[in-house]
Design a protein around this ligand. Structure first.
Ligand code: AMP
Ligand code: GLY
Length: 421
C-alpha cells in the first residue's frame, strides 16, 4: 500500500507539490490543508484547516493515519509547525522554527553569511529613520531597502534614485506599511547581474540541488512596476553557465548548510537561495526556508524520480534519489487579479483551461463560485508547459493564455524573454 501524505498550504506551489506527490508510485493519497478548490480538479483532497491551527492539524494527522506532512509556506515554518508536529510524534518535512529564521529574519541570514564568509550584498540594519536616511544620503543610489521579517516578497524596494529610497524608508518607519515587519530595516548594496533561484533538498549537512530557475518579480512587462511574490518562471536558465551554478553550490549552498549545523540550527527541508550572478561570482540576495513560488511549478515537473520515496527517505535517515528531465525546458506564467500586488480586485471568473499531458494549471487564489472557480486573491493560477526548449515552452503557454477570457486579471507577456535574447 502506498503512503498517505498531508501537504500544508494553499497556493500554486502547494498544488505543484501535491500533484508531484500524486504522480509518485509510492503515494496513494494526498490531502492539502487548507488547499484550494482548483486542486480538487487533479484528484487532490482538501480539508479546511488553517495553517496556523497546529493543534487541529496534529489531530487531523493522527485521526486520519497520514504517514508524514510536507509544509509548503514560510509562515507556519517560522511559527514552529515542524517542532509542534515533532513534539506530537509526527514527521513533517521542513525546517524547525530555529532553522527557518534563515528566511524569517534577514538579519539572522546576513549575520550567518558574514560569519561564514558566504558571498552576499553588503548591508546595514537600522531601527531609526534618521540614521537610515543619513546612510542613504551618504551612499546614494542605486540602493536596496528591505523591511526585516516577512512581507511576502513585497517588502523590498530596489531604489534607482535617492528619492525612491527615502520614500521606502518613510513607508516602513512612518506609515508602517509592513506592520511589525517594518520595525527594522535592512539597507543593502545593489547587486548587478541576472537573478536565479537555486533550490535544494537539505538534511543537515547533506543536500541535493535542483535544476535552477528564474523568477520574474516585477508586476509588469520589462521588469516594470512593483515587486510581487513572482509573476512567472522558467527552468533551466541557459544564460547562467554550469560554472556559475557550481560556484553557487560550493561557495553558497554547501557552506550555508554546514554553518546551520555548526551553529546548532541544522536545516532540514527545502533551502531556496535567491542569487545574483555578479561579475564577482554568484551572491545571495535572500534565503527562503521552503520551495519558491512560482519556481516550484516549473522545477518539480522536471522531476523523474519518486518524490514520495525521497521525502520519506529524508525523514527516516535514508538516502533519497533525485533524477531530473534535463532535456526539456519548462515555463510558467501567473494570472493575477487586477490591482495585484497593491489593491487586489477579487472575483474574476476563471475560464476553463484545457491543456495537454506536457502542460498543467496550478491554482492559487481561487474559490468556488456558483458557475465555477472565481479569483479570491492576488495570484490566481499559473499555466505551465514543458517543451524541448524555452522558446517553444513560451509559445505554448502564451498560446493557451492569450486565448482565454482573462477579464479582471492580468499577466506578463515576456516570461522567459531574458533567456531568448
Ligand atoms: P527579496 O525579497 O529579497 O528577494 O527581493 C525582491 C527582489 O528585489 C529580488 O528578487 C531582486 O530582484 C531585488 N533585489 C533584492 N535585493 C537586491 C540587491 N541587493 N541588489 C539588486 N536587486 C535586489
Ligand atoms: N519566488 C520567490 C519566492 O518564492 O520567494
Amino acid at each position: 500500500m502506498g503512503m498517505k501524505v498531508l501537504v500544508i498550504g494553499s497556493g500554486a506551489r502547494e498544488h505543484a507539490i501535491a500533484h508531484t506527490l500524486m504522480r509518485a508510485d509510492s503515494v496513494d493519497e494526498v490531502t492539502v490543508a487548507p488547499g484550494n478548490p482548483g486542486m480538487r480538479l487533479d484528484g487532490i483532497r482538501t480539508t479546511e484547516l488553517s495553517t496556523s491551527n497546529h493543534a487541529a492539524l496534529i489531530d487531523f494527522v493522527k485521526n486520519n493515519g497520514y504517514d508524514w506532512v510536507f509544509v509548503g509556506p514560510e509562515v507556519p515554518l517560522i511559527e514552529g509547525i515542524v517542532d509542534d508536529f515533532a513534539d506530537a510524534g509526527i514527521k513533517a518535512f521542513g525546517p524547525s522554527r530555529a532553522a527557518a529564521q534563515i528566511e524569517g529574519s534577514k538579519d539572522f541570514a546576513k549575520q550567518l553569511m558574514i560569519r561564514h564568509g558566504i558571498p552576499t550584498a553588503g548591508y546595514h540594519t537600522f531601527e531609526d529613520l534618521d540614521l537610515a536616511e543619513t546612510y542613504v544620503r551618504e551612499h546614494g543610489a542605486p540602493i536596496v531597502i528591505k523591511a526585516d521579517g516577512l512581507a511576502a516578497g513585497k517588502g523590498v524596494t530596489v531604489a534607482m534614485d535617492v528619492e525612491t529610497a527615502m520614500r521606502a524608508l518613510r513607508d516602513i518607519f512612518v506609515d508602517h506599511r509592513f506592520g511589525s515587519a517594518g520595525a527594522k530595516v535592512v539597507i543593502e548594496e545593489f547587486l548587478e547581474g541576472q537573478e536565479f533561484s537555486l533550490m535544494s533538498f537539505v538534511r543537515g549537512a547533506d543536500f541535493w540541488p535542483m535544476p535552477i530557475s528564474q523568477d520574474h518579480k516585477r508586476a509588469y512587462d520589462a521588469d516594470k512596476g512593483p515587486n510581487t511574490g513572482g509573476m512567472g518562471a522558467y527552468s533551466p536558465v541557459p544564460q547562467i553557465g554550469r560554472d556559475v551554478v557550481d560556484a553557487a553550490i560550493e561557495t553558497i549552498v554547501r557552506p550555508t548548510v554546514q554553518a546551520m549545523v555548526d551553529d546548532g540550527t541544522p536545516f532540514t527541508g527545502i533551502l531556496y537561495a535567491g542569487l545574483i550572478a555578479t561579475v564577482d561570482g554568484p551572491k545571495v540576495i535572500e534565503f527562503n526556508a521552503r520551495f519558491g513560488d512560482p519556481e516550484t511549478e516549473v522545477v518539480l515537473p522536471q522531476l523523474t524520480s519518486d518524490l514520495g520515496e525521497s521525502i520519506d527517505a529524508l525523514l527516516h535517515g535514508g538516502t533519497p534519489t533525485f533524477t531530473w528531465n534535463t532535456s526539456d525546458a519548462t515555463l510558467g506564467v501567473v494570472l493575477a487579479s487586477d490591482g495585484y500586488p497593491t489593491n487586489v480586485v477579487k472575483g474574476a471568473a476563471i475560464p476553463r483551461i484545457d491543456v495537454d499531458a506536457n502542460s498543467h494549471v496550478y491554482y492559487a487564489g481561487v474559490a468556488q463560485g456558483d458557475d465555477g472557480l472565481i479569483a479570491s486573491s492576488g495570484r490566481v493560477l499559473l499555466v505551465e508547459c514543458s517543451a524541448p526548449d524555452i522558446r517553444q515552452a513560451q509559445r505554448k503557454v502564451y498560446g493557451i493564455i492569450d486565448g482565454l477570457d482573462t477579464t479582471g486579471m492580468f499577466y506578463r507577456h515576456d516570461i522567459g524573454a531574458k533567456a531568448l535574447k
